[in-house]
Design a protein around this ligand. Structure first.
Ligand SMILES: [Zn+2]
Length: 289
């Protein structure tokens, strides 16, 4: 069943668990993620990142994601991840995406407010939910989002300010806000250290129609992830570590078989691995519930 974010995130926050939001740039990943969610009877968000559009354009992968979501036995939200230009966001809407992240975090605060307020007004008329970002979500060197390497001290400078987050949510009417408190995109160079108190303060100050989102969830230890959920994060973006683990698994399989596998067997094996991996993520995000 295809849903938007609002239909699933409110319950998550109320019951102190988080819903995974995982990139799905090919059919094996889409199948693996949805099957994992179905077997565990839990909602899930699958997303297409604008940076993956060079890999496969949204007009090809988008309709496939939506078709799988519609047929799923559990609520599946199909979401645009880091749509950073208006034309691209419009392409996602044309493909039928019920949920959009319009990321104007590189702009000034006022410009970010202006863009998101105007966009959210239109999106809500179409029953499309909107996620924005405040602060600058840092990226590690090894990152499919194409970022620059940063140290822990560097990323502290771009942490989200709770009062500004509250003002932003109020003035834009957005459904979800990605905040920065120590996570990064990609593979971590050093153990991430999350500012959990900041998440609590953001949750306290931001209006209750807006959910709090953590990006860069993969590579963070389960204890910190669960503290972030308890502090108020109800949507967690997760991808890099799963994608790397899948490649490693395929590499081991191919090594063991001395390269003698049919390509369709490799794909099918990756599908099963992704399904199992996604179930572990879902368990972690359940926060012992
Ligand atoms: Zn992100």
């Amino acid at each position: 069943m295809l849903v938007n974010m609002r239909e699933i995130l409110e319950d998550a926050e109320k019951n102190h668990y988080a819903i995974g939001c995982i990139n799905s740039p090919n059919e094996e990943t889409i199948r693996g993620l949805i099957k994992a969610a179905e077997e565990m009877n839990t909602p899930l968000i699958i997303d297409h990142a604008q940076v993956h559009d060079q890999l496969i354009p949204i007009e090809r992968i988008g309709p496939l994601m939506i078709k799988y979501a519609e047929k799923a036995k559990v609520p599946i939200c199909v979401h645009l991840d880091h749509g950073s230009d208006f034309t691209f966001v419009m392409r996602a809407i044309r493909c039928g995406f019920p949920s959009i992240m319009y990321d104007c975090s590189a702009m000034s605060f006022e410009k970010n407010v202006e863009e998101l307020a105007a966009f959210t007004k239109i999106a809500h008329k179409l029953n499309i939910t909107v996620e924005a970002e405040l602060g600058v979500m840092s990226s590690t060197e090894e990152d499919s989002h194409g970022g620059k390497p940063l140290t822990r001290e560097d990323i502290k400078k771009s942490f989200t300010d709770p009062a500004q987050a509250a003002e932003f949510a109020e003035r834009t009417g957005i459904d979800a806000l990605a905040v920065c408190f120590g996570t990064m995109h990609g593979i971590y160079a050093e153990e991430p250290l999350l500012d959990i108190e900041r998440v609590k303060e953001i949750r306290k100050q931001v209006n209750d129609k807006c959910r709090i989102v953590m990006h860069g969830g993969s590579g963070v230890d389960a204890d910190q992830v669960q503290q972030a959920i308890t502090a108020g994060c109800s949507k967690i973006n997760y991808y890099s570590y799963m994608a790397k683990a899948t490649s490693k698994h395929v590499w081991e399989k191919l090594n063991a078989a001395k390269g003698s596998m049919f390509y369709h067997e490799v794909q099918e094996d990756a599908y099963h691995f992704i399904k199992d991996y996604a179930q572990d993520i879902i368990k972690m995000f359940r926060n012992n519930k």
